[in-house]
Design a protein around this ligand. Structure first.
Ligand SMILES: [Zn+2]
Length: 193
């Protein structure tokens, strides 16, 4: 049986996405903002009713699972862990700050929007063959590797129309951000709204 702590009604009124997982990282509770966000970004398949019991590690990109695992251990040990991450669509550049705290035998997550702006114009080159075959897309910033020019570029065309063969990778910048020496968040905090 899953035991969760009492769920403050404030969470259900909070415009930020708040959710809880149990000790095995299975999603046990989400606030209404979860559904609003899910419907805007991932469609009805990601609604709370459909993700209950789903392991968080089933949705975390594999290249980032080690990083998040370490972060969750920090949250358990030190009572809190924060991480800024991207959740951009083809049209919107969005950065969220995740705050993870212990919650019963599991963890509580609160994702606050730090930045929500129109996405920049596409950097796509004329010849799309330069990106493939087999598109390497960064799991974090969603840039794709231009293999011919050896650079990672913002090509929202590949987000809107997902190629048949696509590989989840981390671009060098996002690799350094997650696994580099400095690690963790390098952004300056902004005052709470
Ligand atoms: Zn990246």
């Amino acid at each position: 049986m899953v035991v969760i702590l009492s769920w403050p009604s404030d969470y259900d009124r909070d415009p930020s996405v708040i959710y809880a997982v149990d000790e095995r990282f299975r999603i046990v509770r989400c606030n209404p903002a979860w559904d609003t966000f899910a419907l805007e970004n991932n469609g009805s398949a990601a609604k709370e009713s459909k993700v209950q019991g789903l392991s968080l590690f089933a949705v975390i990109p594999q290249v980032l699972s080690e990083y998040y695992d370490a972060g969750f251990q920090v949250a358990r040990k030190e009572g809190r862990w924060q991480h800024d991450f991207d959740c951009s669509s083809a049209r919107v550049t969005r950065r969220l700050r995740m705050t993870v705290t212990p919650f019963g035998s599991g963890l509580l997550f609160r994702n606050v929007v730090m930045k929500d702006t129109l996405a920049p114009p596409s950097e796509a080159v004329a010849n799309f063959a330069d990106y493939g075959p087999g598109i390497n897309m960064c799991s974090h910033c969603r840039r794709v590797e231009n293999r011919k020019a050896n650079v990672w570029q913002w090509v929202p065309e590949f987000i809107e129309k997902v190629p048949a063969e696509i590989h989840s990778r981390l671009c060098p910048a996002c690799w350094a951000y997650h696994y580099g020496d400095a690690g963790g968040s390098k952004e300056t905090p902004v005052p709470a709204a």
